[in-house]
Ligand binder design. Structure first.
Ligand SMILES: Nc1ncnc2c1ncn2[C@@H]1O[C@H](COP(=O)(O)OP(=O)(O)OP(=O)(O)O)[C@@H](O)[C@H]1O
Ligand SMILES: O=C(O)c1ccc[n+]([C@@H]2O[C@H](COP(=O)([O-])O)[C@@H](O)[C@H]2O)c1
Length: 205
């Protein structure tokens, strides 16, 4: 496993931020967060489920409370992982610039490391206030099967690229499997399988 050197202040807490729609959260998200936490010696990874993901407004997205609870269930057993309601409670469309400002208020002068898959990293220049994002957090792009990981066009020194164990899992595929009556065991944590069943999510989609 690689060890990563990135600029940081002395004795500052190092906090990973894993933003996502998490509809549902799956093992691809969890492995990415775990691997980055290990390689970057993070003290904590905060998972932040989106409120309204504006770039997914053409898609049906499950209620925020269901996505929040699945994220809590999936991360509960890891003492390094926590979940923030910041994007959900702010209301309106979710912009990462707001997420990072909120986390800065809560975590003082900690170093923030925003974790994105290769697909999300490729879109980052379309995000609100893209140029300012890099002054609030370091960005970590992780490999994802089917996507090319590159920092082309992104600010020098603002992004690290990291190889994580390849899990060809997507939330879209999980939703489609449930809709077709196929299993999602071992693609998502056991408690999330049970929660999807209990709340009858993704049926008939
Ligand atoms: N299998 C995976 N490997 C690495 N990164 C991933 C993986 N799945 C998702 N990510 C990253 O996790 C973050 C949140 O992803 P998101 O919640 O949109 O999941 P998704 O599987 O891409 O969902 P959907 O299929 O609904 O678009 C994004 O930065 C995304 O790139
Ligand atoms: O800030 C933006 O404009 C922006 C646009 C699209 C996505 N994001 C963030 O990127 C993360 C992954 O988003 P998604 O839609 O792939 O789940 C999540 O934290 C989103 O809030 C942020």
């Amino acid at each position: 496993m690689g060890e990563q050197e990135v600029p940081t202040g002395p004795d500052k807490r190092r906090i990973g931020v894993m933003g996502g729609t998490f509809d549902p959260i799956h093992h691809g998200h969890l492995v990415a967060a775990s691997e980055v936490a290990a390689q970057f010696h993070l003290d904590e990874v905060v998972f932040v489920p989106t409120g309204q993901p504006w770039q997914k407004s053409h898609k049906k997205v499950s209620p925020a409370e269901d996505r929040y609870l699945m994220t809590v269930i999936a991360t509960a057993s890891n003492p390094q992982f926590s979940v923030s309601r910041s994007d959900i409670d702010r209301g309106g469309p979710t912009y990462t610039i707001d997420t990072l400002r909120d986390l800065r208020e809560v975590h003082g002068d900690a170093d923030l490391f925003f974790i994105t898959g290769a697909d999300a990293l490729a879109q980052i220049l379309t995000w609100r206030d893209a140029e300012e994002l890099f002054s609030l957090s370091h960005f970590i792009g992780v490999t994802r099967p089917g996507h090319v990981l590159t920092d082309d066009g992104l600010p020098e020194g603002g992004v690290s690229l990291v190889e994580v164990p390849a899990l060809a899992i997507s939330s879209t595929d999980c939703r489609e499997r449930v809709a077709q009556g196929e299993p999602v065991w071992y693609l998502v944590p056991d408690g999330v399988v049970r929660y999807i069943d209990k709340r009858q999510l993704y049926r008939g989609e």
